[in-house]
Write a protein that binds this ligand. Structure first.
Ligand code: 3EB
Length: 328
């Protein structure tokens, strides 16, 4: 259990509504209620707005944009490598940096998490619910020297005690852009959410030593403070602590769906992913796009789906899915 989790308290005040997350075809405009918007890959638009992030993952198929909207006016700004926006009790913050400027993967992760954790601690929205991490060459290096493992060590050092309420839900994926580019962005709010674990899986922070010196620090999902949205971490074919179905994309997709369904049930959400449940599939081999789309058409027919080319943090895993499930 992460530090301090038992001390989590519930606010008696009504929580502000969670951001809505939608996908749209490219070329959308920002509104005053836009908390953040994302383009994917090399062809994504450039906008000089702190709320805009070009994610270093190439879309497979149509290039969509992802938009987060809140029910309030949004303020935004920049501070060195960090950009932020806030409104209605919600905060978006993002750091992009070059590993070479910080002396490597571990130091860059420490730096990015240090900037984010100090920034989060300085405002009202200090409860981090969800965080995404994209780094290059995630599976390069052997054993304890794999770049993902160095990332995990730097991440926990840079986090400090800002995540003492319980780890946020997270995604960590390898990109194929500039190999030294590290992108980290988060969603935080002004009151604690509820971490949700998956009874089919060992909690990541309890992974045994074989997976690295520093276990990954994330929750499988977070029930956002109004208790009506489940923010779901990157979910793959991990059962217990082991990877299942090495090299078998179809079987990994089936196992991933069982894990996603289990998270909905454990979080108390209705079964199934409806038209308001945007999902993102990270696919290691672009040649698997058709298999992933056919699986989604059959088992997740209503959920908006964005496919991107990304490497999962264990070399034998071929696909990972994350997303959101709104109650109503
Ligand atoms: C797993 O279940 C797959 O290091 O932040 C999924 C989601 C995974 C987040 C992270 C890693 C992370 O262990 C990998």
């Amino acid at each position: 259990m992460p530090p301090g989790r038992e001390m989590r308290e519930r606010s008696p005040l009504a929580a502000p509504p969670a951001p809505t997350v939608t996908y749209r075809p490219s070329h959308g405009a920002f509104s005053s209620h836009t908390l953040a918007a994302f383009g994917f890959g090399h062809d994504a638009a450039h906008h000089d707005d702190p709320r805009w992030l070009r994610v270093a993952l190439e879309p497979l198929g149509p290039g969509l944009e992802e938009v987060w909207e809140v029910d309030a006016e949004v303020l935004s700004g920049r501070d060195g490598d960090l950009r932020w926006s806030r409104g209605g009790g919600w905060l978006f913050a993002a750091v992009e940096c070059g590993e070479g400027d910080h002396g490597g993967t571990e130091a860059a992760a420490d730096y990015a998490y240090g900037l984010l954790s100090r920034f989060v601690a300085s405002g009202d929205e200090r409860h981090v619910q969800r965080i995404w991490n994209y780094l290059g060459g995630i599976n390069d290096g052997n054993g304890d020297d794999e770049r993902y493992k160095h990332f995990c060590t730097g991440r926990i050092r840079g986090m400090g005690d800002v995540f003492a309420q319980g780890y946020p839900a997270a995604t960590a994926i390898g990109h194929h852009a500039d190999p030294g580019l590290l992108q980290v962005y988060l969603l935080a709010t002004d009151r604690p959410g509820t971490p949700v674990e998956n009874p089919r899986q060992v909690s990541a922070w309890r992974y045994p030593r074989q997976y690295g010196r520093t276990p990954p620090s994330f929750a499988r999902a977070t029930l956002l403070p109004a208790d009506d949205v489940l923010a779901i971490s990157g979910t793959a074919a991990v059962v217990g602590h082991a990877s299942a179905h090495a090299g078998d994309i179809a079987a990994q997709l089936g196992e991933t769906l069982r894990n996603l369904d289990t998270l909905l049930a454990t979080g108390g959400l209705p079964a199934g992913f409806d038209h308001r449940a945007p999902l993102k599939a990270y696919v290691r081999h672009p040649s698997d796009e058709a298999i992933v789309r056919a699986f989604a058409a059959r088992h997740l027919p209503d959920a908006p789906l964005l496919l991107v080319h990304g490497d999962i943090c264990r070399a034998e895993l071929l696909v990972e899915i994350d997303g959101w499930r709104y109650r109503g």
